[in-house]
Design a protein around this ligand. Structure first.
Ligand code: SME
Length: 151
């Protein structure tokens, strides 16, 4: 499904006050994983209380051992510090990378800002080499902006 068509669905999910925030975030993970063929794992990490680490809140895809990631470690931990999108076309080319599955070929991590503060991120793994474009970056920035409105 084209990314533009997913936008209103994301907004609808987030507006459903019958569900907890974590359940709504899970629905978004599932929506994205099921409707974008190169999104194979989709998850949200958030800063873990006052610790310098990220904690996995919810995800769709294979289980991961990396529920806690220290700031600075891996692609996710680097984004917690840089406040910038990180697109990895080929994970083999990265030194500071935490492998979750041998099938993963590429990754995109987009920080989530609330009141200007980097409080978390959306992380997507792909089994395809170099699938992500600026369209994915803009779309995931939209998703995070929508999440920030309700979180
Ligand atoms: N690959 C990530 C770790 C998280 S998993 O992709 C679920 C990283 O290098 O930070």
């Amino acid at each position: 499904m084209p990314l533009e068509e997913l936008k209103p669905k994301v907004t609808t999910i987030l507006q459903n006050k019958e569900q907890s925030i974590t359940d709504r975030l899970y629905e978004i993970c599932k929506l994205l994983k099921d409707n974008v063929n190169y999104y194979d794992w989709v998850g949200f990490y958030f800063k873990n209380e006052d610790k310098e680490e990220l904690k996995l809140r919810t995800y769709a895809g294979a289980a991961t051992d990396h529920e806690i990631i220290p700031f600075g470690k891996g692609i996710c931990g680097q984004v917690a510090i840089s406040n910038e999108n990180f697109v990895v076309p080929d994970v083999k080319a990265q030194d500071n990378y935490i492998a979750c599955s041998i099938n993963v070929k590429s990754e995109i991590v987009v920080p989530l800002f609330k009141n200007g503060e980097n409080i978390g991120q959306i992380d997507i793994d792909s089994d395809t080499v170099d699938p992500f474009t600026e369209k994915d970056e803009r779309f995931l920035e939209f998703v995070n902006q929508e999440v920030a409105k309700v979180i």
